[in-house]
Design a protein around this ligand. Structure first.
Ligand code: SF4
Length: 91
């Protein structure tokens, strides 16, 4: 079973009104580029014009982008509120 299939069993409850990760208005582009390769869920996506798009839905809450990008590329990184976020399922 590959990783995509394993990740597919997880359930997400997306907090539409409150992004738990926010990118800076003027992020360090080299760090953002790094995040396109480091995020295990592939949520930082390089666009054709070279910019990076981020979608917080699907976040595994692994903290990788927090360690690599907080201050330089990210404005804030929090765990999702209350019942929001990922619910891990195994098996
Ligand atoms: Fe990706 Fe992990 Fe950051 Fe979530 S916490 S956006 S899964 S690197």
């Amino acid at each position: 079973v590959n990783v995509d299939v394993k990740l597919g069993v997880n359930k997400f409850n997306v907090d539409e009104a409150h992004p738990h990760i926010v990118i800076k208005g003027q992020p360090d582009s080299a760090v953002l580029e790094l995040l396109t390769r480091a995020c295990p869920a592939g949520l930082y996506k390089k666009q054709e014009d070279g910019s990076v798009r981020f979608d917080y839905a699907g976040c595994l809450e692994c903290g990788t982008c927090r360690i690599l990008g907080l201050d330089s590329a990210l404005e804030s990184w929090e765990y999702p509120r209350g019942t929001f976020g990922i619910e891990y399922r195994y098996g």
